[in-house]
Design a protein around this ligand. Sequence first.
Ligand code: FAD
Length: 374
Amino acid sequence: MSVLDALAPVVSETVGPQAARIDREGVFPAEAVAALAEAGLLGLISSPDVGGMGHGPRQAAAVVEELARHCASTAMVVTMHYCGTAVIEAHGPDDVRKRIAAGEYLTTLAFSEAGSRSMFWAPTSTATPAGGDGVAARLDARKSWVTSAGQAAGYVWSSRPLAADGLSTIWLVPAGSPGLSVGPSFDGLGLRGNESRPMAADGVLVGADAMLGPDGGGLDVMLGTVLPWFQVLNAACSVGLADAATGRAAAHVAATRYEHLDQSLAENLVTRSTVARMRVKTDAASALLGDTLAAMEAGRPDTMLRVLEAKAVAGEAATEVTDLGMRACGGAAFRKEVGVERAFRDARAATVMAPTTDALYDFIGRAVCGLPVF
Ligand SMILES: Cc1cc2nc3c(=O)[nH]c(=O)nc-3n(C[C@H](O)[C@H](O)[C@H](O)COP(=O)(O)OP(=O)(O)OC[C@H]3O[C@@H](n4cnc5c(N)ncnc54)[C@H](O)[C@@H]3O)c2cc1C
């Protein structure tokens, strides 16, 4: 069975029917996550050695894109889970890897901080040596945004290094650790079901086995492991949102009529040109995402450039496409039933999720001008 065949009943029976409530009430898509776990899809990128499906970024992007067509909150929860899983697969303990593969363990990234804000590569939070039975470090942090906060079983967590040089060290912090707390509930413009809440660590004690990768090696983990996954999955979320908004706008303008003119909205040149621009921008972003995945798979020399471009292009495209959808569908789009309004709100997150579009333009400009990128 293909991955999308496995996903189809999860979407039709749970994700789709729950989507409006998730957005309206701003609640975590717990039933969707449970259904994804039941279908084995939380173990999509886990190695078959630990019981996972062993798929790569292309299949993960297909899952996230399809989820985003129906509920972008669920898509972003899964995006963060796959990003955290990639780190744990590379550096984490086998028991956690097995639990992820079995769908028993949801994870996420806890990188962004109140101190360094969108510049996640430079955490200000600390890891200090600590003693005690099995204890290696004490973590203190003010994390600003953590998707699935309070819902995940473990957090892939950044801090300043414990003792080594370097910008950061990555840890796996279990939910329920004494001193770990979750901030107020998330009341956002979009992605309202994400539970993207602040978190704090006040003297959280972790063992040496909680370190993911070498002390001081956090930047390598962020750039080498997390960045490619996050960029393509965030782009896939944007493409799914843009595609859904384009389809809904086209359906609305084709089916809605000016009775006094005896014509549909689509028969107006301006309106159908607006929908055409939505289609073109969506398809261009989708094509770039496809080329990025091809570059990654082939190890092409332009892979890093494509990886940086994919999220910037798809995030901006989704923002523009959903804005055009609001215009094409007129006042009707201000109400929920056309289905463009939620995509318009959800799509806006991609441009400010780090690396933000502005930061990506900085990195891409450095790459094409021959300056050091990072
Ligand atoms: C829905 C949602 C979910 C999230 N989930 C997670 C998560 O699971 N884990 C996680 O770690 N983080 C998460 N984040 C945080 C995200 O990755 C960013 O860190 C956060 O959105 C940055 O917001 P800020 O207000 O701190 O930005 P700021 O750093 O205050 O930036 C404000 C603006 O200034 C621009 N800017 C700043 N510096 C420069 C510069 N040098 N050049 C050009 N422009 C610049 C930025 O691009 C941005 O547009 C999430 C964010 C959102 C919105």
